[in-house]
Design a binder for this molecule. Structure first.
Ligand code: PLP
Length: 383
């Protein structure tokens, strides 16, 4: 098998696995218990918090653990609205956000908030000027992702955040695809809230974090025993949290080397794929995640066909979003970027430090004939 769907999820790193195993075997105490065994687990929890904070330039007290990117995004949006009551009811975001943000915003609309969705340009970016035009006196929150999951474009978060702050709005960024892959310093960026998910950077599934520097954010979303300073009740997922911290530390320590390596693989892949007639790179050609390559083809067929053909050859790739493999997120995002009917033919190949140049050769040897075969098929044309 050749696994090139690392934006969907990643294999757990040795560093993360090694750190997690003792949490199942020996250090399985409940961190809320007052006896020493419980307090050992509490120490693991707090040292993990410090490690996650350190990796993004935050303070430990600004890191709140949760179950992953979806919860972190929902939590940030809900909390910002909850804590800005009486200040306004307008939120600005953009059309190419992940559904974890878009669906959370829809929920807020049901509760009487007004949402403006900016349209990204053809590379999938949003400019501060665009944001400035959408800001209103009653705008309480701007939520814009750091890196796009479908096309890999990295957005200008620092200047977007400055624009939001100049109008007294809070700024949240979904950094689920960025964390562990590109440098993040929350102080330099100026963001108020940032979401991340462990399984996107070789940590375990079911662990994530919300950074917040705003007092009383996050607001309690799940109530009960009052863990996470009362903001998220429920016994902490110590193995997951410890694994996330180890994976993030490992990613941060080796980021320069690993991102150079995956970018080298990606550039070789992109150059070969663009030799296929009708193939186009989507997203920003320069300003993109190191391991992210995404394309559209002029096959006139749904991208799922190509993904199934690759799967038959033992290659795991996708169209753009794991949670939408069989739905419409990739086309929706690409249509927003002006790719028209070609949007349905999306192919996303996302690499990790575990991929090799031999795998890139294997993919680029098979892809041209699969695309040609698909083009010549009469059935399954897009209506
Ligand atoms: N945000 C982005 C940009 C994502 O790519 C994803 C997952 O693909 C999520 C949020 C959701 O993260 P999780 O799978 O941890 O819930």
């Amino acid at each position: 098998m050749i696994y090139v769907d690392n934006s969907a999820t990643t294999p757990v790193s040795e560093a993360a696995l090694e750190a997690m195993i003792p949490c199942f075997r020996e250090q399985y105490g409940n961190p809320s218990a007052i006896y020493g065994f419980g307090q050992e687990a509490k120490k693991l929890l707090e040292s993990s918090r410090a490690a996650v904070a350190d990796a993004i330039g935050a303070k430990s007290s600004e890191i709140y653990f949760c179950s992953g990117g979806t919860e972190s995004d929902n939590w940030a949006i809900y909390s910002a609205c909850e804590r800005s009551r009486g200040k306004g009811r307008h939120i600005v975001s953009q059309a190419a956000e992940h559904s974890a943000v878009l669906r959370a915003l829809e929920k807020m609309e049901e509760r009487g908030y007004e949402v403006t969705l900016l349209q990204p340009d053809r590379y999938g970016t949003i400019t501060p000027v665009q944001l400035e035009r959408a800001m209103r006196d009653d705008t309480i929150l701007v939520s814009i992702m750091m890196a796009n999951n479908v096309v890999g474009t990295v957005l200008p978060i620092e200047s977007l955040c400055e624009t939001a702050h100049s109008r007294n709005a809070l700024f949240h960024t979904d950094a689920v695809q960025a964390a562990g892959h590109i440098p993040i310093d929350v102080r330099e960026l100026g963001v108020d809230m940032l979401s991340m998910s462990a399984h996107k950077f070789h940590g375990p599934k079911g662990a994530g974090a919300l950074f917040s520097k705003i007092p009383r954010i996050p607001a309690p979303y799940i109530t009960g025993g009052g863990q996470e300073k009362g903001a998220r009740s429920g016994t902490e997922n110590i193995p997951g949290i410890v694994g996330m911290a180890a994976a993030l530390r490992d990613a941060a320590d080796n980021m320069a080397r690993d991102s150079r390596y995956v970018a080298m693989l990606r550039d070789a892949l992109v150059a070969r794929v663009l030799e296929i007639p009708g193939a186009k790179l989507t997203g920003d050609p320069e300003n993109r995640l190191p391991g992210h390559a995404s394309f559209v083809f002029d096959t006139g067929k749904d991208g799922a066909h190509l993904i199934n053909m690759l799967s038959e050859e033992g290659i795991c790739a996708s169209s753009g979003s794991a949670c939408s493999a069989s739905s419409t997120e990739a086309p929706h995002v690409l249509t927003a970027m002006g790719h028209g009917s070609a949007s349905r033919s999306a192919l996303r190949i996302t690499l990790s430090k575990y991929n090799t140049m031999d795998e890139i050769h294997a993919i680029t040897q098979r892809l041209p004939s699969l695309v040609a075969k698909l083009k010549s098929r009469k059935e399954a044309s897009i209506s």
